[in-house]
Design a protein around this ligand. Structure first.
Ligand SMILES: NC(=O)c1ccc[n+]([C@@H]2O[C@H](COP(=O)([O-])OP(=O)(O)OC[C@H]3O[C@@H](n4cnc5c(N)ncnc54)[C@H](OP(=O)(O)O)[C@@H]3O)[C@@H](O)[C@H]2O)c1
Length: 266
């Protein structure tokens, strides 16, 4: 049997339409899984679904706002109607700033920014996980993977503009532990904290000056590729990680030093 064989498994990847989620969808397909891509933009989700099909696996694109319980429930129902099972959930959708919220200093952001960032980055993890957990329990097996951030670590989360995002991602870490405890032994729940990963949306928001500061703080001297992150995501949901649950691994190239406040170097 090839390593990390996911043949016959159905994986939902939220935010799988680009960046890290897209790389995870590709890698899961390469290891034999059928993949559901759930994001608000249907056209890009369809494009990734097509890429999964080109790799020989089945795929389904579903327009979903993971911050809405009704949409999450509908997305999981559509997955069940199509594939009849859910083996893997990757809670990947999120980000430090988005369509419905801004990133900013604590005295600048609005209540709406706070609520929307928390909804997309934290509440969504609970909504999607609780929608699939009973299915996985009935199946007798399941794996949930939460994509957090190094921003959840105190020394990195203190950068100006990242307070709400970091607080939400700290919550994701705790949810990972709680879900692993409540849903074991049937469901394994783990997390990944990415460091600075090259993605089409995030990379252009980082200035050259900021990048130089960040790169100096990374032991491997470079940003990571989404494909490198995806390798860890495949391992954690595979049978080779069968005794790993309630664990959060860091994929950041040795990014350990504390960054100076990045007020001027976004
Ligand atoms: N890139 C990095 O350096 C980095 C570092 C640390 C952590 N992370 C984390 O890794 C994850 C992926 O990051 P990324 O850089 O790949 O981000 P990205 O390129 O912005 O992709 C995130 C995807 O999530 C989807 N999304 C956002 N809000 C959503 C919602 N309410 N419902 C459904 N889908 C939604 C977006 O698609 P739609 O707009 O079409 O919905 C988008 O395609 C995030 O959780 C992020 O916090 C990334």
């Amino acid at each position: 049997m090839p390593e990390h064989d996911l043949t016959g498994r159905v994986a939902i990847v939220t935010g799988g339409n680009q960046g890290i989620g897209r790389a995870i969808a590709h890698d899961y397909a390469d290891h034999g899984a059928d993949v559901v891509i759930a994001s608000r933009t249907l056209s890009t989700a369809e494009a990734v679904a097509e890429e999964v099909r080109a790799r020989g696996r089945k795929a389904l694109a579903i327009s979903t706002d993971v911050a809405s319980n009704a949409e999450v429930v509908r997305m999981v129902q559509q997955t069940m109607d199509t594939f009849g099972r859910v083996d893997i959930l990757v809670n990947n959708a999120g980000g430090s700033h988005g369509r419905t919220y801004n990133r900013g200093a604590l005295l600048e952001i609005t209540e709406e920014d706070w609520d929307n960032s928390m909804a997309v980055n934290l509440k969504s993890v609970w909504l999607c996980s609780r929608a699939v957990a009973p299915i996985m329990q009935r199946q007798g097996r399941g794996a949930i993977l939460n994509i957090g951030s190094v921003s959840a670590q105190i020394q990195h989360g203190t950068r100006v503009g990242f307070a709400v995002y970091s607080a939400a991602k700290v919550g994701v870490n705790n949810l990972t532990y709680s879900m692993a405890a409540e849903w074991g032994p049937t469901i394994r729940v783990n997390g990944i904290l990415p460091g600075f990963i090259e993605t089409p949306r995030v990379t252009p928001t980082r200035s050259e000056e900021g990048n130089a500061v960040r790169t100096r703080a990374i032991a491997l001297g470079r940003f990571g590729a989404s494909e490198e992150l995806a390798k860890a995501a495949t391992f954690l949901v595979s049978d080779e990680a069968g005794y790993i649950s309630g664990t959060i691994i860091e994929v950041h190239g040795g990014y350990k030093s504390s960054l100076p406040p990045l007020e001027a170097v976004h």
